[in-house]
Design a protein around this ligand. Structure first.
Ligand code: 4AD
Ligand code: MG
Length: 467
């Protein structure tokens, strides 16, 4: 076969060089046609669109032709011509075909219309479907958008550790990291495990958040963000929870809660705009395929100013809804940790746009949040989104050494884990704020997918760590 430099299919669509001999490589999606001419839809992952390969059967050996089945990998040389077929700009009239990889007839992606559940069972192959190709191209683009957003605004990308000895959120949902022999654990006279011999000489876990180290960076570099995997051993089998997910955590010195809300709103809108500007073909595919309201919802968020509302007023609205006959599965009262149904009621039914809820009861929020003068609430902020519920959680941080220490003691958080964090409040403390955006929750919103397991390549959830 003549050696020709490969052209990606995306380039054949966006800048076609009609009349030239090109080489394309990719995987067969479908093959159809007559006894004389066959049409192969080839996809190489560079775009949602396939390129049509026109094969005049008389020009090829039967031994080659019979290997061209769904899933096979081909290299094709041929002339790029304008297509007469609807929905495609160009096609390749094959002159040479090499089968790089035949595809066994057990290939599970033979026909269209597999369920999401089935595709999760073959997560190693699902990126070859239109849907998951689109989702993972969008996922890449969102990561780029996030780095660009912060870089352009002078934030530094700061790498926080994945292995840690402190529980940032204090929710006790950590995966332990150990090299101890679990079949032969050494314990002291009280029955407690002796961690002295463990790898780190103390109990260690996978991090639930990079925030505490992020605060060290913000109080020196000024404005930083983290972007990495986080791990939570919460036994939540919901369409919005993963045991391993990615989080973006900006942290900014001198920002108060209002600056923090401004940043969160600008940030999310930037990401949504980026998806519309840079992934339109993929977003449109998902819109047409699964969720006819997707593009409208994305454009809607860009137009609307987010509602900013204290928790106490949010509870009043929910209580009024209950009084008017609205049925929630979980009870509503001041002090309750809102369930997703409550959050979605505020966003989807009451305000019909994103809501930033602030000033939550301190009992349901983490120890590090700035305490309000009422003694009951903290300067927390959750950004609530249509179809998702909570997409961002953040706060202004408690800057006072004494107040923070009192809260740490109240919650019996071990000082041996917190001394370095408290040092920020001892050595030139300053007001500062930050938040965490769940990357997969953002992707749920931008792709319109219904389950968080379908926006990460290899989801980790309770009883599931395949691939
Ligand atoms: O609200 P969370 O727990 O906040 C923090 O971790 C803070 N340290 C953030 C900060 O202030 N720097 O989590 C932040 C976000 C949530 O709003 C949600 O979008 C996402 O992380 N998240 C999850 N996403 C998927 N699966 C889970 N189990 C998640 N838990 C939280
Ligand atoms: Mg939260």
């Amino acid at each position: 076969m003549e050696k020709i430099r490969r052209t990606k299919i995306v380039d054949l669509w966006t800048k076609p060089t009609f009349g030239e001999i090109v080489n394309v490589k990719g995987w067969v999606r479908t093959r159809r046609g007559s006894k004389q001419v066959n049409f192969i839809a080839l996809n190489d992952g560079s775009t949602i669109h396939n390129i049509q390969i026109v094969v005049d059967l008389a020009n090829f050996d039967e031994s080659v032709l019979k290997q061209i089945t769904t899933g096979a990998c081909l290299s094709v040389n041929g002339k790029l011509v304008e297509s007469v077929g609807a929905g495609q700009a160009a096609e390749v009239q094959a002159t040479e075909i090499e089968v790089l990889g035949v595809c066994d007839n057990t290939y599970p992606l033979q026909k269209k219309g597999h369920s999401m559940e089935f595709l999760r069972e073959i997560a190693h192959l699902r990126p070859r479907t239109n849907t998951f190709g689109a989702v993972f191209r969008i996922r890449h683009n969102m990561a780029i958008a996030i780095h660009k957003f912060f870089h352009d605004r002078g934030f530094f990308y700061f790498h926080t550790p994945l292995i840690t000895a402190s529980d940032c959120e204090g929710a006790g949902q950590m995966f332990q990291v150990t090299t101890l022999n679990l079949y032969d654990l050494k314990k002291d006279e009280n029955g407690s495990i002796i961690y002295d011999d463990d790898f780190f000489g103390k109990q260690a876990s996978l991090t639930v958040s990079g925030q505490l180290e992020g605060e060290l960076a913000a109080t020196s570099l000024g404005a930083i963000y983290t972007f990495g995997p986080t791990f939570r051993a919460e036994n939540s089998n919901t369409p919005r929870h993963l045991a391993e997910f990615w989080m973006i955590e900006p942290e900014v010195a001198f920002n108060d809660i209002n600056d923090n809300m401004d940043l969160a709103e600008e940030f999310i809108k930037y990401c949504v705009q980026w998806a519309l500007d840079n992934c339109y073909d993929d977003v449109k595919f998902l819109n047409d395929m699964f969720d006819k309201g997707l593009i409208e919802r994305l454009q809607g968020v860009l137009k609307e100013e987010f509602v900013r509302l204290p928790y106490t007023e949010g509870i009043k609205i929910l209580e009024d809804a209950v009084a008017a006959g609205h049925k929630f599965e979980f009870p509503v009262y001041w002090g309750v940790d809102l369930a997703s149904e409550h959050e979605r009621y505020l966003v989807e039914e009451h305000f019909k746009r994103p809501v930033i809820l602030t000033d939550y009861p301190k009992e349901i929020k983490a120890f590090y949040m700035k305490q309000n003068d009422d003694g009951k609430t903290v300067r927390a902020m959750d950004v609530l989104f249509p179809k998702i519920g909570e997409i961002i959680g953040g706060s202004e941080r408690e800057a006072s050494y004494d107040k923070l220490l009192a809260r740490i003691k109240e919650l019996h958080i071990p000082m041996k884990d917190m001394w370095w964090y408290l040092d920020t409040r001892k050595y030139g403390t300053c007001p500062h704020s930050g938040f965490g955006l769940g990357f997969e929750r953002l992707l749920l919103f931008v792709t319109g997918m219904a389950n968080i397991r379908d926006v990460i390549p290899f989801p980790r959830t309770p009883r599931n760590a395949e691939f």
